[in-house]
Design a protein around this ligand. Sequence first.
Ligand code: GLV
Ligand code: MN
Ligand code: MN
Length: 405
Amino acid sequence: MTFHSMWAQLLPIGRSRDSGGYRRFAWSGADADCRAWFEEQAETRGLAYEVDRNGNQWAWLGDPAAGDAVVTGSHLDSVPDGGAFDGPLGVVSSFAAYDELRARGVEFAKPFAIVNFGDEEGARFGLACVGSRLTSGQLTREQAHRLTDADGVTLPRAMEAAGYDPDAIGADPERLGRIGAFVELHVEQGRALDLSGDPVGVAGAIWPHGRWRFDFRGEANHAGTTRLGDRHDPMLSYAETVLAARREAERAGAVATFGKIAVEPGGVNAIPSRVRGWLDSRAADQERLDTVVGGIEKAARAHADSQGVELDVVRESFTPVVEFDHALRDELARILGKDTDLTVPVLGTGAGHDAGILAASIPTAMLFVRNPTGVSHSPAERAAEDDCLAGVSALADVLEGLVGR
Ligand code: GLV
Ligand code: MN
Ligand code: MN
């Protein structure tokens, strides 16, 4: 099965006809279809298929219990109206790279696996990288059981409805202990490779990042009869906070985004009683991130106080800066640069990944494939097929170096 044909199989799954974007949310029907595809890929190749206690899917060659396994993979879920590449490119490339290793006649001196981590984007339950966070113990079963989607469905009920046991979830140190190296290939979510003219790069670090919920509570009232001076309008405080986020991020050379909002009661002719906005902010270092989020919160409180609006700020998730394993990163750069005098670009990124979560427990590395516009988390996300194939070949080189060591 070629890269092209695997790609074509996944392409229609969970795609919205209206937007052309993907809606592959954790434990939904589209997610189940993607997962069925993964299982079929494993079985077609005679790889041992397994779902772990947290719902992550694995396709194994060799005995996992032997330890020092080489693992590659990514995720198949998407953000709301996401692109086709964020996640699936890594999973499809993993199967294609495995096929390439077989065609090269590579001997696997170590166990090898391809993984699809569940719920990487956190689109449904608000927390990213749930599958890898649970596995690495960075999210407990109790915390995960409290996650709830916009329709009030809890994560355990959603898992159960999809046929998984939510009581089994939790840290899986034994599984992690068997992995010697994890490599995730991903579409680049910026334009560094386009600007440098390289099809493939290696990750250096992931910026610290997090999500904060701002709850502004005011007073519901009539939009036509309430004098402006008598209002306690949480929307105004929210709007000022969005502007403050832009200001603070610009000042610190960071990013800050309000991409999701919930307004109650949500009537056109009523002043809202509550506005909830979710802030996503990321910076090159912790100090800058603290400054940005602190500045936004301060501005939000000052405005809310002046309007008689109450404000709660809750940090819903956080991932500290990730420096990828230097030895593994250098090994990747060496393998990719071999027989040439080219140096492989090493990139920092503001995007979160399962590889970043696992980096706290095991040596991990990432490869990026050029994205000509840098657009991601949008239906316009792209990578040229030639570059994807260059990514597959780079991943195969890296895996060959790792499994043969
Ligand atoms: C995941 O893609 C993230 O960076 O939020
Ligand atoms: Mn993403
Ligand atoms: Mn991703």
